[in-house]
Design a protein around this ligand. Structure first.
Ligand code: NAD
Length: 256
């Protein structure tokens, strides 16, 4: 039997054109939500939306760079006009630049690359929260999930310093949101995935990914659906009293 626990909800997912974001968007659809897909890769987000529509789901999409506040505001206004007020936000879009399969060491990192990663991975999440929380506060209800990473709490040689710094910042951002927004009926939690099988993995060598699988207690990498399931749990009424938490979806790679 289908679990329609998100029926009546309007969910916005960033980075929904592929990888984890596409899996999250699909699972919310299957759980009965209307879903707004946002991505800066127009062809991908258009295609994901078409696939979901073909399957009978209610979706709209927008082409926007989350690092640009005005673009986020425009996209949210258009999407909410079509789907209704957005009550659930999944800040998933993120990047982890590599150079010939390797992260740049800090002493070689171009300041523009630092700015870009901070702009997408951290400011991008602020932008969507800034745009969407006024109506959540007004309606005294909202659910926010921000995408961190195990790299936010541990040293991971296959990512660069900007990535780890932004994913650690997402944890502080989430905890602050939980405190500030809690009195208005809004929860904010973060996910910290380990290595998940998405296009992002292809930016490093197969051996590097196999090494992570070998040191993971469950001895494998994760799937986008496994991350999506936890995101959906964190915004469902099964976790109404859960806020300010960071949930690892990492096969036990990181135990704190
Ligand atoms: N794959 C992993 O192993 C892993 C592990 C931990 C955390 N994460 C995090 O999960 C999230 C999704 O990762 P993924 O593996 O699915 O990545 P991915 O590269 O497969 O997909 C990311 C999506 O985000 C979109 N995107 C990137 N920058 C954007 C921007 N500025 N504006 C709008 N859309 C943008 C891309 O076009 C793409 O569709 C990221 O935040 C990533 O840091 C991934």
């Amino acid at each position: 039997m289908k679990n329609l626990r998100h029926a009546g909800r309007v969910v916005l997912v960033t980075g929904a054109g592929g990888g984890i974001g596409a899996a999250i968007a699909r699972l919310y659809c299957e759980e009965g939500a209307s879903v707004a897909l946002v991505d800066f890769d127009e062809a991908s987000v258009r295609q994901q939306a078409a696939l979901l529509r073909e399957a009978g789901h209610t979706v709209e999409w927008a082409n926007a760079d989350v690092a640009q506040y005005d673009a986020c505001a425009r996209a949210c206004a258009q999407l909410a006009a079509k789907l209704g007020p957005i009550d659930t936000l999944i800040n998933n879009a993120g990047v982890s630049p590599k150079h010939n399969g390797a992260p740049a060491p800090v002493w070689e990192m171009h300041p523009q690359e630092w700015e870009r990663v901070v702009g997408i991975n951290l400011t991008g999440s602020f932008n969507l929260v800034r745009v969407l929380t006024p109506s959540m506060v007004e309606r005294r209800f909202g659910r926010i999930v921000n995408m961190s990473s195990v790299a936010g709490s541990a040293y991971l040689p296959i990512v660069a310093v900007h990535y780890s710094a932004t994913k650690a910042a997402i944890i502080g951002f989430t905890r602050h949101l939980a405190g500030e927004l809690g009195p208005y009926g809004i929860t904010a939690n973060a996910l910290a995935p380990g290595r998940i099988e998405t296009p992002m993995l292809k930016t490093v060598s197969a051996q590097a990914n196999q090494a992570v699988a070998a040191e993971t207690p469950l001895r494998r990498l994760g799937t986008p659906l496994e991350v999506a399931k936890v995101a959906c749990f964190l915004t469902s009424n099964e976790s109404d009293f859960v806020t300010g938490q960071v949930v690892d979806v990492a096969g036990g790679w990181l135990m704190r």
